[in-house]
Design a binder for this molecule. Structure first.
Ligand SMILES: Nc1ncnc2c1ncn2[C@@H]1O[C@H](COP(=O)(O)OP(=O)(O)OP(=O)(O)O)[C@@H](O)[C@H]1O
Ligand SMILES: [Mg+2]
Length: 624
């Protein structure tokens, strides 16, 4: 079975979907920000759209005002035309404006006004919605882009500790919370205005009835408060469980070869089922809470409605209230309770959105602990002199992987690192491009602390070839040019020729335009390796890092690739890690690492003569 299936390049731009599952589980998300501070922070994303928001709000208020007019044409008809004995207040005004009218003509006019009022109210509603949706989507675009670019910039330490699917979930789904917060927020505002203005109008019609309608509201608000709290935690749980489902499916499918090879399909399905069941349970609990609250709140509202109808009818019997006005009151009651009910649901949605937004802000709050020092300079070129000065390093502060590493690599020199597995070789190499910073000591380039050089310019001067070349699912051409997107076709072909990749590329039906498949699945390990080397030729950086570039290959291919690698090393400062002693025995300086310490340094034959750790490795490799 191919080695590439379970190799995880720790120091490279590794895709963590290759990690076994237990590495991928991170502690559950902790709610660290209060909802208010989440909303306040979300507001920053809406600030650029202040003008649109003000316009939308003005149109919304006009729409609400029109909405309040809706019951009146019918109420006037009933009070002043259909019930002849009543005092007339509005019809004389209409006659004054439109001239004397017969009752049927007056009714026709009032009916026409219903159409006009509704049409205008709907039109305003539509425009308001369009404005609000557009602003919501644009703030989503901004948050997503911020998140993704921040994730791209965060150091490997952050990504090592998390599943990439969790980060993708935050970028793709949690970010949508910002749009929800905006649309729900504006909806809550409009509901509040509707509520208050409806109350004022009702108050004008009948104070006692309005008070009865009001009496029920504190109970409803209390219910909202109680349920909103529960909804908030439950919806966070759902998001976490969904993210788990996605992660398990993605990991199981991306390692499908290994699953088949070990016959673990049932196990993978069982894992998936467990996570999916957890998500189902969380969803059911959430739905249960929703249902319970809608029963309780619905009943409270029915209670209020019944009380209003009772008292209103008594007032009509006592001639304190006109029938048409009672009808208007009952319409307003719907307009009063509907926003209340909508407020409940929207408060829930808003609570859920706050949880999502919080997961986004949590990413944006991560410290970049491999930052460029203030005043860091970009370098235009380098002699390629690397030095490690008493370097201590550990992925966790409590466990040092490298201890007191003190090394110098001269310009154009080749240094080979050998040592047992887990000795810290890859870790040491990953300090050169500043994937991590040492806990103690310094790494220097041309005598300058790496921290005083911008990461971007530093990395422009370093090429990396790993044991497993990571390819993107695009064409061969683009993969070779990954480190130099502006490369010309000639340069790409030249690099491929020097890496001895040109011939096999031409044998493919589409040549340089051939797709390599997901993670290079359409190519053999040796072919991928040659593309990795071609990349390095094209990038033409003065410093070269090689992490076991040939150990996945058979001896014949290894010998061929080693030839191209030697050509690549020519004139560059090279740090190479390998288990194959034979390939590096005659290559300048050899550094033997053991448990994170440098135990021997020197030329191969010299170290063999010394009879120490290197000699042991040399003899156990049957080299003499
Ligand atoms: N991203 C990481 N997070 C935490 N610990 C890590 C990480 N990468 C490596 N380690 C630990 O650091 C130690 C050194 O690992 P490293 O990969 O540098 O060894 P190595 O010498 O390259 O070994 P090999 O020859 O097997 O590639 C190991 O104990 C490993 O478990
Ligand atoms: Mg290694």
């Amino acid at each position: 079975m191919s080695n590439t299936l379970y190799y995880t390049p720790r120091s490279g731009t590794g895709n963590d979907s290759l990690l076994p599952l237990q590495h991928c589980i991170h502690p559950p998300f902790q709610c660290s920000l209060s909802p208010m501070s989440v909303y306040r922070r979300a507001l920053r994303y809406f600030r650029p759209f202040l003008r649109e928001t003000v316009l939308g709000t003005a149109l919304m208020l006009a729409g609400i005002a029109l909405g309040l007019l809706k019951p009146w044409p019918l109420a006037i008809m009933v009070n002043e035309i259909l019930t002849p004995g009543n005092a007339r207040k509005v019809t004389p005004i209409l006659s004054h404006w439109f001239g004397p009218m017969t009752p049927p003509a007056m009714i026709l006019l009032l009916c026409a006004s219903i159409v006009v009022i509704n049409f205008l109210a709907n039109l305003l509603n539509m425009v308001t919605n369009l404005i609000f949706v557009r602003v919501g989507l644009q703030s989503l675009l901004k948050l997503r882009t911020d998140l993704y670019s921040y994730l791209q910039a965060l150091p490997l330490k952050y990504h090592d500790a998390r599943r990439s699917t969790d980060s993708s979930f935050r970028v793709a789904y949690d970010s949508q919370a910002i749009q929800s917060i905006y649309s729900k927020g504006s909806f809550i505002f409009s509901s509040m205005v509707t509520l208050v203005s409806t109350l004022i109008v009702m108050w004008q019609i009948d104070v006692a009835v309005t008070l009865v309608a009001l009496a029920i509201m504190p109970l409803v608000v209390l219910a909202i408060y109680v349920f909103a709290k529960r909804i908030r935690t439950q919806s966070t749980t759902i998001q976490e469980r969904e993210s788990d489902v996605l992660a398990v499916a993605q990991e199981g499918l991306s390692s499908i070869r290994m699953v088949h090879a070990f016959g673990r399909e049932d196990y993978e399905v069982a894992q998936f089922r467990t996570r999916a069941t957890h998500s189902l349970e969380a969803n059911m609990r959430f739905t249960g809470t929703q249902m319970k609250s809608s029963v309780i709140i619905g009943t409270l509202m029915a209670l209020g409605t019944a009380a209003v109808y009772y008292l209103g009818s008594i007032h009509v019997l006592n001639n304190h209230l006109l029938v048409g006005s009672l009808w208007a009151l009952s319409t307003y009651l719907v307009a009063l309770y509907q926003p209340l009910e909508a407020l409940t649901y929207t408060t829930w949605a808003l609570e859920g959105a706050a949880a999502g937004a919080q997961r986004c802000f949590e990413v944006l709050d991560q410290q970049d602990d491999v930052k460029d020092a203030p005043g860091a300079k970009s370098i235009a070129g380098t002699r390629g002199e690397l030095a490690f000065e008493h370097v201590d390093f550990g992925y966790e502060p409590s466990r040092l992987i490298l201890q007191d590493v003190d090394l110098e690599v001269g310009s154009g020199q080749t240094v080979a690192f050998v040592g047992g597995t887990g000795a810290g070789k890859s870790t040491l190499l990953s300090l050169a491009p500043r994937f991590y910073d040492p806990n103690k000591g310094r790494v220097l380039l041309d005598g300058q602390d790496l921290r005083t050089i911008t990461k971007k310019s530093l990395r422009q001067h370093i090429s990396i070839v790993l044991q497993d070349t990571l390819l993107f699912s695009t064409t061969i051409r683009e993969n070779i040019a990954y480190g130099k997107p502006e490369a010309t076709e000639e340069e790409i072909v030249e690099a491929a020729k020097r890496a001895q990749a040109h011939d096999f590329i031409l044998r493919m039906p589409e040549g340089y335009s051939a797709q390599v498949g997901e993670r290079g699945g359409h190519l053999s390990v040796g072919q991928r390796q040659r593309l990795g080397i071609a990349r390095a030729f094209l990038k033409n950086a003065p410093i070269l890092l090689l992490d076991e570039p040939t150990s996945a290959l058979d001896p014949t291919t290894e010998a061929a690739i080693m030839e191209t690698i030697k050509e690549l090393m020519h004139g560059r400062t090279t740090l190479i890690i390998t288990h194959r002693i034979a390939t590096v025995h005659d290559m300048g300086k050899i550094v033997v690492l053991s448990h994170g310490r440098v135990v021997e340094v020197g030329a191969g034959p010299e170290l063999v003569a010394r009879g120490g750790a290197y000699a042991e490795l040399y003899h156990s490799a049957n080299l003499g």
